[in-house]
Design a protein around this ligand. Structure first.
Ligand code: AHR
Length: 852
């Protein structure tokens, strides 16, 4: 796990799978009803609604989409980001003033490289003897100054020295497949051969080729094709030396000859196919936080990412590893063309992310950034005889690429950013009025001060990382947005907490979220799930769309949900009402209770639980051992249960008790610290529960929160406290837990209320091309739902089609072993007139297509 945890904990809300954990099994449902007015014509649905977002995170590119098989091919991986220093294992960016905070901040990140030459090692066979070291003398290219020096003091034909590369957690070798090898070597007193090999873990040679080196103390380039005799899942690559002398090696590269569209320096076939099959309308690149870099100097630079790959210096990803820039600007544009997607280029606007160091280019540096981005645009779409268009042509692509969108930075907000945005917008629009310019926004909301300070924008890019249940709780989130003269792009969205590695609960949440976006398609014109790709050997961010290792890959259920919703996008919306009453007679909040704090010392007393008017528990009975303490420093004396340390979520859990419908009363007193009181309830186990948090956000708000193994997240609209919780004052706290609602009282006054979220959602539209009514339905419950389908204002053909993505349990996931266990299934069904019925499966996403 990377430094990204630092980033993540501060930015990422995390929450539990409310539905899978709390939905009672087997309760009776009232039939929902979907009423569709076939005559109504709502908002047009954007062609570009579903796109994708690629970022170098979790080795999505390096050891992922980029088909290179050799890790650290240029020996640059132990470089620290430019402009930064290394101090006791930490990367320290320049300590300049944070653009937002207006002070120097002490943000730093751990340096992950564990060796001078990660992924490489040496083995000597028999009496062979050699030393290897990283070397900066006589580089192959100044841009890539490092090479590996091999000083062989003893070796012969049977006592050899092997320089071994592990690939990206192994190299997948397929029988009869061919692999394109290139490497550079510079010998000094080495008179012999070098053999390149692919070998299995137990040393079996899978493919090999011998090269003769001339001892001329100059860099020599070697190329060959390795043809595999046998398959192996986790092979290694070796360069085998059998003579004494010194040899430097650099840029050792191995690609499968079969890449996506057979491009040299191309993309890994299975992963590129997943992306192509999503039929994304656009591709956003290169980030994300990646765009910011760690320092201004180390931020990605499109010009450095062009041209011969062995000359590309690479970029340090803020996700903790070196990127070769193998997928450079040209490859990005080419890939967009190859998958028939428009290109969205995000450029570094000279301001870093508010969560990091905040180093920034001062105003006098802005003209250079403008010139640079105009060059980038010219490279993509300028005439082939323009300055940069001719470079594109020289790189093999005389025709323009499909660049359509330009985003100014990533996740930056504030007036400073807005001022800068205005300058970029004007400069780009003046030259390229056909392009659409996007303003970055923060996570989870549109930043109003930023928007007010922006003169004109085409799109605002809001990011929406949400926990399980959020999409259901806030299914009408976008309905409430004020409409403006700009459009909304949900540039990063995902239900990524409380959902295991990305299970059916995640898919149901993602689908509900998409339905909400589609319903608001007068305003939301684009969206992209994030992050897209995850090498499971190095996960930087929880819950990604497509998971893989060196040999295998699979799309999560959410992948198929997005795919089917995109494939069945309507042309315009139909007015649709959904009547899906929540059953009130089954308890939804069953579980244990506890006392807790967060970076706060507090005391609790007079804890009382009342069920059916009877007191069933009272604290303070000495010797009863009522509480089980988890973390923190707890004591129970004279009826007072005290927690006396800092830290997150120490808990005093009431032992052996489960409650469904009850009132919990207690007195609580803050002693010191940042926040105030937390009362966990509906506890399933230490890691799964809901809680009331009074005095969250440094004693400013109260909210219902949810906790899962992954972390916590707010699930209700936060309530601002009239006054912060005072120190040394006893407060009365009361929770009234009913079947489907929880009310929290502070000193006898209702503070906030939480309701069981809805679990059935639908929208409808018309696909003008096929003249079909398309109904999209999410059933986020454990029951199948017989639904009345009422059509007014027209009729449909009785022969219709249903496409269903479902699983027996909300916890189900696709896996490496069963990659397509849960995928959409199509069947036909009969529509019986204007009042028909359809049985929606438990835990399902369904699309009905009915010919008008
Ligand atoms: O998608 C992962 C990260 O989430 C992106 O880099 C950033 O834009 C967001 O915070």
């Amino acid at each position: 796990m990377h430094h990204s945890l630092l980033h993540r904990t501060s930015k990422m809300p995390l929450l539990l799978a409310l539905f899978s954990l709390l939905s009672p099994i087997g309760f009776a449902q009232v039939n929902p009803k979907i009423t569709i007015d076939l005559k109504s014509k709502g908002a047009q649905i954007s062609e570009d609604l579903h796109g994708i977002f690629f970022e170098e995170i979790s080795h999505g590119g390096e050891g992922g989409l980029y088909a290179e098989l050799i890790q650290n091919r240029s020996f640059e991986e132990s470089r620290i980001p430019e402009g930064c220093v290394l101090d006791s294992g930490w990367i320290i960016p320049p300590r300049t003033e944070h653009f937002g905070a207006h002070r120097v901040v002490d943000w730093k990140m751990p340096f992950e490289a564990k060796s001078d030459y990660p992924a490489w090692s040496m083995t000597s066979v028999g009496n062979a003897k050699a030393n290897i070291s990283l070397d900066l003398q006589n580089p192959l290219h100044v841009e890539t100054p490092r090479s590996l020096k091999i000083d062989i003091v003893n070796a012969d034909a049977s006592n050899v020295v092997k320089i071994v590369n592990d690939g990206y957690w192994g190299i997948k070798v397929d029988q009869h497949a061919t692999y394109r090898l290139t490497f550079y070597a510079r010998p000094q007193g080495y008179r012999g051969d070098v053999t390149a090999r692919l070998v299995s873990i137990d040393g079996q040679v899978l493919a090999e080729q011998k090269f003769h080196i001339r001892d001329v103390n100059e860099w020599q380039n070697f190329n060959g094709i390795l043809k595999a005799k046998t398959s192996h899942q986790k092979a290694k690559f070796e360069l085998v030396f059998s003579s004494v002398g010194k040899v430097w090696i650099d840029f050792v590269s191995l690609f499968p000859t079969k890449t996506f569209k057979d491009r040299a320096n191309g993309m890994r076939l299975d992963l590129a196919n997943y992306l192509a099959e999503l039929k994304p309308a656009f591709l956003r690149w290169p980030g994300g936080c990646f765009v910011e870099g760690i320092s201004v100097e180390s931020a990605p630079n499109w010009k450095r990412s062009l041209g011969p790959v062995e000359k590309r210096s690479g970029t340090y990803s803020p996700w903790g590893y070196w990127s070769t820039d193998g997928i450079g600007y040209h490859e990005f544009l080419q890939f967009c063309e190859d998958i028939n997607a428009k290109a969205m280029y995000v450029f570094n606007c000279g301001i870093a992310c508010e969560m990091r160091s905040g180093v920034h280019v001062k105003d006098d540096g802005v003209p250079a950034i403008i010139a640079d981005v105009l060059d980038a645009i010219e490279y993509a779409i300028g005439p082939k005889d323009s300055k940069w268009g001719s470079v594109r042509a020289a790189n093999g692509h005389p025709d323009p690429f499909p660049l359509k969108y330009i985003e100014v930075g990533n996740e930056q907000v504030g007036v400073e950013y807005a001022k800068r945005f205005n300058v970029f917008y004007k400069a780009i629009k003046e030259r390229y009025p056909q392009l659409e310019i996007l303003a970055a926004m923060g996570i989870a909301h549109l930043n109003q001060p930023t928007i007010k300070a922006i003169d004109k924008m085409d799109f605002a890019d809001e990011h929406a990382y949400k926990a399980a249940g959020w999409a259901m709780n806030y299914h009408d989130w976008y309905d409430k947005y004020e409409r403006n003269d700009w459009k909304l792009y949900v540039g990063e969205y995902a239900c990524n907490a409380g959902v295991g590695n990305g299970n059916m609960t995640a898919a149901l949440n993602d689908a509900t979220f998409i339905l909400g976006m589609e319903r608001n398609s007068d305003m939301i014109k684009m969206s992209s799930y994030a992050p897209l790709l995850e090498n499971v050997n190095d996960t930087d961010w929880p819950v990604n769309l497509i998971r893989f290792d060196n040999a295998r890959s699979f799309g999560r259920i959410s992948y198929y949900a997005i795919k089917m919703l995109n494939e069945n996008k309507a042309s315009y919306n139909l007015s649709t009402t959904v009547d899906a009453p929540v059953t009130k007679d089954i308890p939804f909040f069953t579980g244990g209770i506890a006392l807790s704090t967060w970076d706060t010392q507090a005391e609790f007393r007079d804890v009382e639980i009342i069920e059916n008017g009877k007191v069933v528990f009272q604290s303070g009975n000495a010797g009863n051992n009522d509480w089980h303490f988890v973390g923190g420093k707890w004591s129970e004396e004279n009826g007072v249960i005290a927690q006396r340390t800092e830290g997150a979520w120490p808990m005093a859990m009431l032992q052996r008790k489960t409650f469904s419908n009850y009132t919990l009363k207690l007195k609580a007193r803050k002693i010191s610290g940042y926040n105030a009181f937390m009362i966990p309830f509906a506890i399933k186990d230490n890691d799964n529960y809901l809680r009331v948090h009074i005095g969250a956000w440094v004693n400013k708000i109260a909210a219902f929160e949810s906790v899962s193994k992954g972390g916590d997240a707010i699930v209700s609209q936060p309530v601002r406290l009239e006054n912060p919780i005072e120190i040394n004052r006893w407060y009365d706290v009361e929770l009234r837990v009913a079947n489907t609602s929880v009310e929290c009282f502070l000193d006898g006054k209702l503070l906030m209320r939480y309701e069981k979220p809805r679990d059935f959602f639908a929208i409808a539209g018309v696909d003008e091309q096929s003249n079909e009514v398309v109904v999209k339905v999410v059933n986020a419950s454990a029951q199948s739902r017989k639904v009345d389908l009422v059509l007014s204002g027209g009729t449909v053909n009785h022969k219709a089609k249903a496409i269903t993505l479902s699983s027996p349990s909300a916890d189900d996931e696709n896996t490496f072993e069963r990659p397509t266990q849960f995928i959409p299934v199509s069947e036909s069904f009969d529509v019986k007139g204007q009042k028909s019925q359809y049985d929606f499966k438990p835990w399902s996403i369904t699309i009905l297509r009915m010919k008008k």
